[in-house]
Design a protein around this ligand. Structure first.
Ligand code: PMP
Length: 308
C-alpha cells in the first residue's frame, strides 16, 4: 500500500482489544491513536484545522502558523504544515516534557518555551496554559501568523465528529455500550460522543478528569498539578456540552501510572498517562457491572509513551 503523503497516515486508526489487561467481564477496545505520524490523536485536529483554514481563505501557502500547545497539537501541526508548506511556531509551557519540544524541533518547528505561572515540571496547570495562550496571540499578531486557537476552533471537534466517532461506530456498531475519554480542549470527547449518541442515544459517554481537577464535574480545583499531561486543565471548555455527558470519572496519578505500566507490560502498548487514565476508567465502568456482562467499552490511546 502506498500513501500519497504523511497526511494519509492520519485518521483510520485501528481499534485494539485490551483482553490481557482487562480479564474480567465485558471488553475494552481502544483506538490506537498514537500510531499517527505526530504520535497522537491531535494529528486529526491539526489536519482539519489547516485544511479548513485554507478552504476559508484564512491561511495561504508560506504563511506562518502559530499555536500554543502541550506538544501533541504542535506535533500534528508540524506534520501537516510541512506537507502544506507553512512554517510553524509552537509556543509551549516550560512544564511540558522536553521530549515533545525535541520532536517539534526535529520536525522543523520553531519552539518557544514560556515560563510556568503555578505549575511544576511535568505538571502544567490551567493558569500556565492561559499565559502561554496570551503569548501565542501576541506572537501571531506580531508575525502575521495564523493563530490556530485549538480551544475555540470548531475544526478540532469536527475532526472527531466526522473522523474518530464514525470510525469507532463502523468498527463496533450496535454492540457498543460506552465511550470513555478525558478532555483537554474537549474536542475528542465532544466530537465522538455527539456522533455516537446520534447513532444510538443509549451509548453511555463518560468524561475522565484528574482526581484533583474535576471542574467539568462541577468541583473546585484541589490539585492542578497532576500527571495527566494534555488533559484536565481545570478550566471551563468552550466546546463542552454537558448534555452529552452521562458520567464524570476521576483518575489519580497513581492509578494512571499503574495502568500505563499494565498497558505496556500486558498489552505491549507503550502510551502516555492520559491514555492510561482512559483505560483505567473503562475498566472501572465494566467492573461496576452497570453495563452488563457482555458490554463493550471504547476508548482512545491518546499518544505514544515516547513523549514522556
Ligand atoms: N491526552 C493527551 C496526551 C493530549 O495531548 C490531549 C490534547 N491536549 C488530550 C489527551 C485531550 O484531547 P482533547 O484536546 O481532544 O480533549
Amino acid at each position: 500500500m502506498v500513501k500519497a503523503s504523511a497526511l494519509d497516515l492520519i485518521e483510520n486508526t485501528p481499534l485494539v482489544e485490551l483482553a490481557r489487561l482487562h480479564r474480567g467481564l465485558g471488553r475494552i477496545v481502544a483506538k490506537a491513536e498514537f500510531i499517527q505520524p505526530g504520535g497522537s490523536m491531535k494529528d486529526r485536529a491539526a489536519l482539519y484545522v489547516i485544511r479548513d483554514a485554507y478552504a476559508a481563505g484564512k491561511l495561504v501557502t508560506g504563511q506562518r502558523v502559530v499555536e500554543m500547545t502541550s506538544g501533541n497539537m504542535g506535533a500534528g501541526l508540524a506534520v501537516v504544515c510541512n506537507v502544506f508548506g507553512n512554517p510553524f511556531t509552537a509556543i509551549m509551557s516550560e512544564g511540558n516534557s522536553p521530549a515533545r519540544a525535541k520532536m517539534l524541533e526535529a520536525l522543523g518547528a520553531k519552539v518557544i518555551l514560556f515560563p510556568q505561572v503555578d505549575g511544576s515540571v511535568g505538571r502544567v496547570t490551567g493558569r500556565d496554559i492561559s499565559a502561554v495562550a496570551e503569548h501565542a496571540i501576541t506572537y501571531a499578531k506580531q508575525f502575521g501568523g495564523y493563530y490556530v486557537d485549538q480551544f475555540n476552533n470548531v475544526s478540532c471537534v469536527e475532526a472527531h465528529y466526522y473522523g474518530t466517532g464514525p470510525e469507532i461506530w463502523s468498527a463496533i456498531g450496535r454492540s457498543l455500550n460506552a465511550f470513555v475519554a478525558g478532555a483537554g480542549t474537549g474536542a475528542t470527547f465532544i466530537g465522538v460522543s455527539r456522533y455516537l449518541k446520534e447513532q444510538n442515544p443509549a451509548i453511555l459517554c463518560a468524561a475522565v478528569e484528574p482526581a484533583g481537577a474535576r471542574v467539568l464535574a462541577g468541583e473546585p480545583v484541589k490539585n492542578p498539578r497532576h500527571l495527566l499531561q494534555g488533559m484536565g486543565y481545570g478550566i471551563q471548555l468552550p466546546c463542552w456540552q454537558s448534555d452529552l455527558v452521562d458520567d464524570y470519572m476521576a483518575v489519580t496519578d497513581e492509578d494512571a501510572a499503574e495502568y500505563r505500566h499494565l498497558l505496556a507490560t500486558r498489552e505491549g502498548l507503550h502510551v502516555g498517562f492520559s491514555a492510561a487514565a482512559n483505560v483505567c476508567a473503562a475498566v472501572r465502568i465494566l467492573e461496576s457491572g452497570r453495563l452488563g456482562p457482555d458490554a463493550t467499552v471504547a476508548t482512545v490511546l491518546c499518544d505514544t509513551g515516547l513523549k514522556y
